[in-house]
Design a protein around this ligand. Structure first.
Ligand code: ATP
Length: 341
């Protein structure tokens, strides 16, 4: 549904040329929630502006919702852009218009008759959970409610694709989660394709089916979210995965624990999908002559299954510890020895 082939974007300023994105090959499927993650300056905003035709690539081709947006102009481009909607970090609402009037705005531009507009606005208000707030002004709303207005407005003309530009970055964690839940809900209910850009792995973990990691204008890694969590390849991807799996203090805690347990081994286990539901630790304790101490653990849900990390200390003879690690790996659980040999 969305295809980018050999896409490159160079900005020419008076002083120099900046290559914002290069060598981008990407395919995003219908009905998918696809995340693009990268640090500031990686090229994410440029990529999203290319997807809705706000920018033209210097090279390559881009097809969105059946339109080759690199080759169309004028009315054809405007029509194509009706099928590609967008929400923003700072909501971009019209402050002098009420919630209802903000949502009605794209319908007015699209010359939808008034009676139909009113009906559609009411539907959208229900869809995003803003019942009773239709006559409020944006200044009277919380951040989460403002983003709900942004989402309703973006959905007004029944787009096929919703682009989200750091849509939750200005929100607190709890509000972020409620907006992410709403995006999943509309993805499932309407079959809408959602492409989001973010610098937060939490957002990717919580709602995306697949993810692409961007660095210096290029996609350095992409895949199913669960797979990327399980086996991040690029250094930058590992750093993003750690944002979610290792709370800030974890490394420090683990180093402290390794000092505290001079004998035996500290192991980091990584569970994915079904393996989070098996009584692995019980099996290890029963099958091997070792002591197991659970140090720290966390299980997170992704769109396609659970992902967990658990730090344990194994104590006993080297031989028994090796056998236990071998057994754990046979259960399709990753086991990384954390030093302390
Ligand atoms: N209109 C422009 N003119 C010149 N250079 C630009 C323009 N837009 C972006 N750039 C440059 O392109 C590179 C990628 O920027 P981009 O905004 O796409 O990154 P980003 O990952 O979205 O970062 P951020 O989250 O900070 O916006 C940067 O070096 C930026 O300075």
């Amino acid at each position: 549904m969305i295809t980018l082939s050999k896409v490159k974007k160079v900005y020419e300023t008076k002083a120099n040329k900046v290559t914002a994105v290069k060598d981008i090959d990407l395919q995003i499927n219908d009905g998918e929630i696809f995340g693009i993650i990268g640090y500031s300056g990686a090229g994410k905003s440029t990529l999203i502006r290319l997807l809705n035709g706000l920018e033209l690539p210097s090279q390559g081709s881009i097809t969105v919702a059946g339109h080759n947006i690199t080759q169309i102009k004028g009315k054809a481009l405007r029509d194509a852009r009706k099928e590609i909607s967008m929400i923003f970090q700072h909501f971009n609402l019209l402050w002098s218009r009420t919630v209802k009037e903000n949502i009605a705005f794209p319908l007015e531009i699209n010359k939808v008759p008034k009676s139909e507009r009113t009906k559609r606005v009411d539907e959208l208000i229900k869809l995003v959970g803003l019942e009773g707030r239709g006559d409020a002004y944006p200044s009277e709303l919380s951040g989460g409610q403002k983003q709900r207005v942004g989402i309703a407005r973006a959905l007004a003309n029944n787009p096929k694709v919703l682009l989200c530009d750091e849509a939750t970055s200005a929100l607190d964690p709890q509000t972020t989660d409620s907006i992410l839940d709403l995006l999943v809900d509309i993805n499932e209910r309407l079959g809408l394709t959602i492409v989001l850009i973010t610098h937060e792995m939490h957002v990717i973990r919580k709602i995306c089916h697949r993810v692409a990691v961007m660095e210096e204008g290029q996609i350095v890694e992409q895949g199913e979210v669960l797979e990327v969590f399980r086996k991040p390849q690029a250094t930058i991807t590992r750093r993003f995965v750690q944002q979610v799996t290792e709370p800030e203090e974890t490394r420090e805690t683990i180093e402290h624990l390794i000092e505290q347990y001079p004998s035996g081994k500290v192991i980091q286990l990584t569970f994915v999908g079904k393996s989070t539901e098996t009584p692995l630790i019980t099996d290890v304790i029963r099958s091997f002559n070792i002591n197991v101490t659970i140090l720290q653990g966390k299980i997170s849900q992704t769109q396609s299954g659970a992902y967990g990390t658990l730090f344990i200390h194994l104590n006993g003879s080297n031989d028994e510890i090796e056998k236990a690690i071998h057994y754990i790996r046979e259960q399709e659980v990753e086991a990384e020895v954390m030093g302390n040999d």
